[in-house]
Design a binder for this molecule. Structure first.
Ligand SMILES: [Fe+2]
Length: 281
């Protein structure tokens, strides 16, 4: 059984739970945004309390990928600040870690967050990314697909050496589309996963605000999309490289989409209605 379609949930609406299963993160708070009950893979937000530390080495039996949303964390002597990114393949040793003032991390586990078992096989080159300070990276225009709207900027954070799965950031300036604009819908042969870091994103399923998240299995058609405030997001593919397909038919864009989310039972209480927590007045 693969992960359920989650499109979409505002992370702020999901309550914190004490601990995260697996024995490695009993002492943090967590929010599960998406999970695979068979493989144990999950996308979670972890909140490390002030003073959290590991003085002993840790080795996970699964890949751990993360993006710092708030606070700071030091692992193996490297300091991870807001918008720092890392990818530790299964078996990568963490000699020690500390968060003096606390930290909130968007974290992607590719299996149960358990200690690696003796003899467990690790990928020789698992695509380790020790640290990227994404704030210091320049944005580049998206040029690989002429159908992508002009003005979409990107930062590539990682391409998996084996699967070619991709992790990247996008930014887009405000506006640029109008109500009634007709555009093709896109779809992909892979999962598309997005966490909105800032701004807003108008989809046919509703309006994501900062903290909005979706896990969209293939080959669900989507778009055209737009933004009123501009946007910045982190995104991943799972199951292979990013490939864009486009419909022949055109569909109208609207800044007033109905709230029509698709959520698994455990998230329905938090996302069935539009999230009202964000306002500028
Ligand atoms: Fe897409």
């Amino acid at each position: 059984m693969a992960r359920a379609h989650v499109e979409f949930i505002q992370a702020q609406a999901v309550p914190w739970t004490q601990g995260y299963p697996g024995g490695q993160r009993d002492d943090v708070e967590s929010k599960v945004l998406s999970h695979d009950p068979d493989s144990g893979a999950a996308t979670v937000i972890l909140r490390y309390p002030a003073g959290w530390r590991r003085d002993r080495p840790e080795v996970f039996g699964c890949d751990e990928e993360f993006f710092v949303l708030d606070g700071a964390l030091t692992i193996n002597g490297q300091r991870y600040r807001p918008h720092s990114y890392g990818y530790f393949p299964a078996g990568y040793p963490r000699q020690g870690a500390i968060s003096e003032a606390g930290a909130v991390l968007l974290t992607f586990f590719e299996g149960p967050a358990e200690t690696a078992k003796p003899g467990q096989g690790f990928r020789i080159d698992g695509g380790l990314v020790p640290l990227i300070d994404t704030l210091a990276m320049p944005w580049a225009p998206v040029t690989h697909d002429p159908k992508v709207p002009v003005g979409l900027m990107t930062k590539t954070l990682r391409i998996d050496p084996d699967t070619k799965e991709r992790t990247w950031m996008n930014a887009r300036l405000p506006g640029g589309v109008r109500d009634g604009f007709l555009g093709a819908q896109e779809y992909h042969p892979v999962v598309e996963e997005v966490f909105l870091l800032a701004g807003d994103l108008f989809l046919e399923r509703g309006v994501l605000q900062a903290g909005g998240y979706f896990w969209r299995p293939p080959p669900i058609k989507h778009g055209p999309f737009g933004t009123r405030a501009g946007l910045m997001m982190i995104a991943r593919t799972k199951g292979g490289p990013l490939v864009n397909h486009w419909t022949e038919e055109k569909y109208p864009f609207t800044f007033t989409p109905p709230h029509k989310v698709d959520l698994p039972p455990e998230l329905q209480a938090y996302g069935a209605k539009p999230y009202a927590g964000m306002t500028v007045y």
